[in-house]
Design a protein around this ligand. Structure first.
Ligand SMILES: [Fe+2]
Ligand SMILES: [Zn+2]
Length: 386
C-alpha cells in the first residue's frame, strides 16, 4: 500500500512551441495572432541577474523560478519579485496535465487562505536557525560532512534504519506550541484542513501553513547529506521535493498506524514529545512494488521506541507501522523526501532494484540453485567417467 502526498509532483521542464518572434506563445490561435496571455522570451537576457525565491511560498522550485527569470519579457524584468513569481508560476501551471493543474490551483488557493488568516505564534520557527534547532553533535557531524562524522553520531540498529539525536528540547517545545496554536485556529475559524495523508485523522501538513522554505533548508542542508551516503541507491543525493507533516497520537487522537510504505525515497521521523507510553514503530524489511506483500524474514524484524528529539531515518519503501500509543500524547514530525530523478530513472529500470530485500533474496536463490545444478552435472559426469 502506498500513501499519496498532498503536494503534486514537480512538473517536468516545459518544452514550449516557439513563435517566430523570439517569444514563446502560450495562446497562439494559429492565425498569427499572439494573444496577451502569459508568454516567455525564446532568447534569454543573459546579463540579467535573477532574484532568489528561496524564502517565498511557491508551488514550484525556487531554483526553477530563478533559472526561468531571464526568459521573462523585457518589460517585466524590473517588476517586483512576487509579481514575477506569480507570472512564471502561472506559465508553469499550464504545463501540468489538466487534473494536476486543477489540483495545484485549488491547493494554491487553500494555502493562500491559511497564510492570509493564520497568525503564527513563534515566528522564529519559520526560518531555520541551525544552532537553535539542532543539538551540537548533529550540527558538527553535518558540518564535517563525512561518512565517519555521520557514523560517530548515529546507530544502525537494523540494516537501513538510522537513529540519532537531532532536535533541541526548546525547539521541540516551541514547535509543539505552534502546532497547538494552529490547531486552535483551525477549530475556532471552523477551517476545514487537509490532513497529511489518508491514514491520519489528526495532524497537519507543515508546508500548508508557512514551513515550505524551512523544510527546503532542512532537506537540502541536513537530510540530503546523510541520504547521499546511506541511501544513494534510492536517489539519496538528488532529493528535490518533500511532504512535511506532524502526526498526533493518543487517546483523543489517532491511536496507531497500520503497516505501510511511505510515498517517499527517504523518510525522516522525529519525535517532538510529549509524555506518552507505547507508540513503537515496527519495521519489517524493504520491498519494491512487486514484493510489498511478501513475508517478513526473522532478521528483518525491528521495533523502535520513540524518544523526544530523537530521529529515525529510513527508506520510504522500508515497510513499517506504529503500535498503539497507550497513554499520554505523542507528536511526531515526518519529512517524506522525494527524488524526481530517481522516480524518472525507475521507469526505465529493467534490472531488479538492489535495495529490495526480497529481490536480493531471489537473486541469491537463483545463483544458489544454478550453482547446485552445475555441481550436480559435474558430479554425474565424474561418476560416468570413473
Ligand atoms: Fe510511514
Ligand atoms: Zn523486489
Amino acid at each position: 500500500m502506498s500513501l499519496q502526498g498532498s503536494k503534486y509532483d514537480r512538473p517536468e521542464a516545459p518544452s514550449p512551441a516557439t513563435g517566430g518572434n523570439g517569444a514563446v506563445a502560450a495562446g497562439n490561435k494559429g492565425n498569427g495572432t499572439v494573444l496577451s496571455s502569459p508568454s516567455l522570451r525564446l532568447n534569454p537576457s543573459q546579463e540579467h541577474k535573477p532574484y532568489d525565491y528561496e524564502d517565498m511560498q511557491l508551488e514550484f522550485s525556487a531554483v526553477l523560478l530563478s533559472s526561468l527569470e531571464k526568459y521573462l519579457p523585457h518589460t517585466m524584468l524590473r517588476d517586483p519579485r512576487d509579481q514575477k513569481a506569480k507570472f512564471m508560476q502561472d506559465i508553469l501551471l499550464k504545463y501540468l496535465p489538466p487534473r494536476e493543474r486543477n489540483r495545484a490551483i485549488k491547493h494554491r488557493e487553500y494555502r493562500q487562505k491559511i497564510i492570509s488568516n493564520y497568525q503564527p505564534r513563534n515566528r522564529e520557527l519559520y526560518t531555520l536557525n541551525p544552532t537553535a534547532v539542532f543539538v551540537p553533535s548533529f550540527l558538527k557531524a553535518i558540518n564535517d560532512n563525512t561518512e565517519q562524522s555521520f557514523r560517530n553520531i548515529l546507530s544502525e540498529p537494523s540494516p537501513g534504519i538510522f537513529v540519532f539525536e537531532m532536535l533541541q528540547k526548546d525547539f521541540c517545545e516551541s514547535l509543539l506550541e505552534e502546532i497547538e496554536n494552529f490547531e486552535n485556529w483551525v477549530t475556532e475559524a471552523k477551517f476545514r484542513i487537509m490532513r497529511p495523508n489518508t491514514m491520519n485523522r489528526y495532524g497537519a501538513v507543515l508546508e500548508d501553513f508557512g514551513f515550505e522554505t524551512m523544510l527546503d533548508k532542512l532537506m537540502e542542508g541536513f537530510i540530503r547529506p546523510l541520504s547521499r551516503v546511506f541511501f544513494a541507491e534510492v536517489g539519496g543525493s538528488t532529493l528535490d521535493s518533500h511532504h512535511g507533516f506532524v502526526v498526533e497520537y493518543g487517546q483523543d487522537r489517532d491511536v496507531d498506524l497500520g503497516f505501510h510504505v511511505d510515498d517517499s525515497e527517504v523518510t525522516l521521523n522525529v519525535c517532538l514529545g510529549k509524555q506518552f507510553s507505547g507508540g513503537e514503530l515496527f519495521f519489517r524489511g524493504t520491498r519494491c512494488e512487486n514484493h510489498v506483500n511478501t513475508d517478513t524474514q526473522s532478521e528483518e524484524i525491528f521495533d523502535y521506541s520513540h524518544a523526544p528529539g530523537q530521529a529515525v531515518l529510513h527508506r520510504g519503501r522500508h515497510r513499517h507501522g506504529a503500535r498503539a500509543t497507550t497513554s499520554g500524547h505523542r507528536v511526531n514530525l515526518l519529512l517524506w523526501c522525494r527524488s524526481s530523478v530517481f522516480r524518472e530513472m525507475k521507469r526505465y529500470q529493467t534490472d531488479f532494484p538492489s535495495w529490495c530485500d526480497e529481490c536480493n533474496r531471489e537473486k541469491k536463490e537463483r545463483q544458489r540453485s544454478s550453482l547446485a545444478t552445475r555441481m550436480d552435472i559435474f558430479r554425474k559426469v565424474g561418476e560416468s567417467t570413473t
